[in-house]
Design a protein around this ligand. Structure first.
Ligand SMILES: C[S@@+](CC[C@H](N)C(=O)[O-])C[C@H]1O[C@@H](n2cnc3c(N)ncnc32)[C@H](O)[C@@H]1O
Length: 311
């Protein structure tokens, strides 16, 4: 049976070879190989003839075992390793290879899973039980992120459950970087008044819309739009809660605009953040007048529960 693999290519200085191999092995890659390449050092104007020897390390990991967020984390770890060795930052690139039979294979591996106390995530192609006490959230994530298998999604959905525990029907939610829509769907299924989901990836918003239909969500209860925080600002809505599971660097960029879409008692859930990036996020949160209420961790990842008021 064939499936899709990520081909990861790291270009780095030869001195990093061992540490890159170790890092890739720890990440779960197999079949790692090195090619020696010599590039002209275009940045070195003074010595036009100087050559910059770099190596290419090529490796593979099944798509089923990793997600884009993990690959971004890998890239960050490589950058940190290079800093420790005091060499230039390696360039890591990845792409998917071989699509044959992928969907079938992936569907066999993705099974229904409980998240938090209330949710049972069900693949669209399976028949959910009729007598479950859980809220059944049906998903066909397609190519979008958000099956519920990633720790950051789980942490966010558990936080949404906690936030909406007693007052769901009063809450309007923004889902910034919605992917499959799992977080805003979860909020609406918990009884939230309304949710707005945005994503810069048109495939994600398309998937989110079809997941709304799958879960029989009324059109006005979950609005989906292509774009980012500017779409939420344009909506003119002031949100009681914002969920945002994107990479830390993107959160840092977007967070100063959170005050334009929230009121002074709003809350937010931030994830997609490596534990090593928590201090950076806490600083940005506090600099913008928000308070960190709780920090949850799972594996290498963390999730911030924050609020605008001080109490
Ligand atoms: C890690 S996924 C999260 C998906 C889902 N919310 C979850 O928790 O599983 C991040 C999503 O954010 C989207 N994204 C990345 N940068 C963005 C930005 N600046 N504004 C809006 N969405 C963005 C990506 O396309 C991706 O679908």
């Amino acid at each position: 049976m064939s499936n899709r693999w990520w081909e990861i290519v790291v270009k780095c200085e030869p001195v990093m070879e061992e540490s890159v191999f170790w890092r890739l092995e720890k990440f779960g890659c197999s079949g790692t190989a090195t090619e020696i390449k010599i590039w002209e050092n275009e940045n070195n104007v003074e010595s036009q003839s100087a050559l910059n020897e770099q190596i290419l390390i090529r490796t593979y990991i099944p798509e089923i075992s990793t997600q884009l967020l993990d690959l971004a984390a890998l890239s960050l770890w490589l950058e940190q390793d290079a800093k420790l060795l005091e060499v230039s930052t390696p360039e890591a690139k990845w792409h998917l290879i071989d699509e044959e039979d992928w969907a079938t294979n992936w569907k066999q591996h993705w099974q229904p899973a409980e998240i938090g106390d209330r949710f049972l995530i069900y693949p669209a192609w399976e028949t959910p039980p009729e007598d479950s006490e859980k809220i059944i959230l049906k998903l066909d994530p397609g190519a979008a992120f958000g099956t519920g298998t990633h720790p950051t999604t789980q942490l966010c959905l558990e936080s949404v459950e906690m936030r909406l525990y007693s007052n769901a029907e009063t809450q309007t939610i923004a889902d910034l970087g919605c992917g499959s829509g799992i977080l805003s769907l979860g909020a609406v299924l918990l009884g939230a008044k309304k949710a707005y989901a945005v994503d810069t990836d048109a495939l994600a918003t398309k998937t989110c819309r079809s997941n709304c239909q799958l879960n029989e969500i009324e059109r006005n209860s979950l609005i989906v739009a292509d774009g980012s925080i500017e779409k939420l600002i344009e909506s003119g809505e002031i949100f009681d809660g914002v969920v945002c599971n994107i990479l830390a660097d993107v959160i840092v960029e977007l967070f100063p605009q959170f005050n334009q879409i929230t009121h002074d008692k709003s809350w937010a859930i931030l994830s997609g953040i490596l534990i090593s990036q928590a201090d950076m996020i806490a600083d940005v949160v506090e600099q913008n007048g928000w308070t960190v209420a709780a920090l949850w961790k799972r594996k290498d990842w963390c999730c911030f529960n924050i609020r605008r008021s001080e109490y």
